[in-house]
Design a protein around this ligand. Sequence first.
Ligand code: DHB
Length: 393
Amino acid sequence: MRTQVGIIGAGPAGLLLSHLLHLRGIESVVLESRTREQIESTIRAGVLEQGTMDLLTEAGVGARMKAEGALHHGFELAFEGKRRRIDLTGLTGHSITVYAQHEVIKDLVAARVAADGALRFGVSETSLHGIDTDKPSIRYRHEGEACELQCDFVIGCDGSQGVSRASIPQALRKDYERVYPFGWFGILCEGPPSSDELIYARHDRGFALISTRSPNVQRMYFQCDPKDSVENWSDDRIWAELHARVDSHDGQKIVDGKIFQKNIVGMRSFVSATMQHGRLFLAGDAAHIVPPTGAKGMNLAVADVRVLTQALDAFYVDSRADLLERYTETALKRIWRAEHFSYWMTSMMHRVEGASPFEQQLQVAELEYVTTSRSAATAMAENYVGVAGAQAS
Ligand code: DHB
């Protein structure tokens, strides 16, 4: 089988790229190791920057996001017994939408299926061949059969543990990594929102985040030991911890509800500065990971796709390879800006075991500054909505 662009991974990056290429008359095939049900139900983050909303809308998959997502014009920072608002729209002219990543996935899969797009689920034994020639191919097993997909380009959107990045010779790779000694315990619960806007709380017991999914479903997180297990946390213990970390800031109580999903994620910053090798290009988590604070992960994946789509379009329509050659350089500017922001926000908000009282006061001083200085608040807001410096281009 032959196509123009072979895409590994049906996450937001792979699906959106495939659909944007289709709209430009460029053919692709998407290969995914999991099932459609699995990718459509995996719970992830849910904050979309304006640029992400714009690209989804341009791809023709923005209708449900607009109807069901919640537009937010600010968020709150809670610390030292107070809650202070960062006015995103007032400071930057931009806002964000809270809409779950797996809903974005459902919309994209539906669009690919409606357009008769080639989408193979449940593939295994995927391997890349000839990526340093102009005839690369992907071999894989699908429904018991050994298959080969010949293509002009292979795009690796298969996450951090996928085969794509691992196919670049180690000697040519330059990776940067930082592992944080904490995790996030995430819950989904039934009930009304506890707040009109997201609350990021710094507390001596650890970080907590109040987010939302719909008028009846809420998303909340609290910092935990990354090695902890969800079995150790009864609903009562979870609510006691969330109340202790969030309510104390202004006496307004968060609303308990029936918890129907619990998970723990570790926190890591990672950048593969080698995002391309021959005819292989990496996008999204395959190339970079951010800790969740600030919700940059999916937005970065979508930003990579914007750059790649333009570069592939220039190659096929104008016979220009220069944008593809500069892909890594272009993408890395936004990636490093978001890496710094995620690291900064994580460091300011989390309890660090063994931190001295001096270091704790530095966190509070930073929070005081971003919530009282218009220029510091603007810097935070620009990064949050995704228009700071290199993010803007
Ligand atoms: C959500 C996740 C984040 O990492 C964040 O910073 C804000 C919101 C969420 O899942 O709703």
